[in-house]
Write a protein of this length. Structure first.
Length: 204
């Protein structure tokens, strides 16, 4: 398998899942800052011009964080990345969808790159502030979902935790004050060999 990944991007979460599973894989680094995601070679892999994209051993490509994360969880059930019980699994998927669909796409995406959406400096500032509010409120919501538990996905970090890690990683870079439960989560994740390998192996 080959993961198309960009340093510090949401594909970091998929990289962590591949490391948690321990499956051999290659990583192709896409330089988003130079616009490599719009090069013909990458658009041939993912016409949407986004990471993560996962080239599987049968030659097919899977895109979208949640689809890739769940495919990995189901393809490698021994890794325990999603609960077997349908009710517990649905709750984990609900949390992952909220983190990716809302905290990332409607929060951090606007806070980090307002110029992609509006052109004037004042509109960009307004959008940045709005994105930060959505991201911060969303992180507080996820913190209540986590409560006293160490992980969102069950007895070990799984699909929702991989998503939570990359948004808390972004929160740290923006100096957002994390709720205590998320600070504890983040610090525990940083101790995991999978996370150390995924971060260290990412050129910055
Ligand atoms: N809905 C997609 C979003 C992926 C996404 O937004 N990826 C960003 C990096 S975090 C990207 O590739 N951005 C490049 C661009 O938009 O040009 C998913 O869940 O995988």
């Amino acid at each position: 398998m080959q993961l198309f990944h960009a340093p510090r991007a949401c594909s970091l979460g998929i990289r962590i899942l591949l490391e948690e599973i321990g499956v051999p894989h290659q990583v192709a680094t896409i330089d988003l800052s130079s616009g490599q995601q719009r090069d013909a070679a990458f658009l041939a892999v993912n016409p949407k011009g986004k990471v993560p994209a996962l080239l599987r051993d049968d030659g097919t490509v899977l895109t979208e964080f949640q689809a890739i994360a769940l495919w990995l969880a189901w393809r490698f059930p021994e890794a325990g990345l999603v609960p077997n019980d349908p009710d517990a699994a649905a709750q984990v998927i609900e949390a992952m969808e909220f983190i990716v669909g809302t905290v990332h796409m409607r929060g951090f995406a606007l806070a980090l790159m307002p110029r992609k959406f509006v052109s004037t400096p004042s509109a960009q500032e307004e959008l940045r502030a709005h994105g930060l509010r959505v991201a911060t409120d969303g992180l507080h919501h996820v913190s209540t979902l986590l409560g006293e538990a160490p992980w969102l996905s069950g007895s070990r970090p799984g699909v929702a935790d991989a998503a939570l890690f990359y948004v808390t990683y972004w929160a740290k870079t923006l100096n957002i004050d994390l709720p205590a439960a998320l600070r504890a989560f983040y610090n525990q994740m940083l101790k995991r060999p999978s996370v150390v390998r995924a971060i260290d192996a990412s050129p910055s």
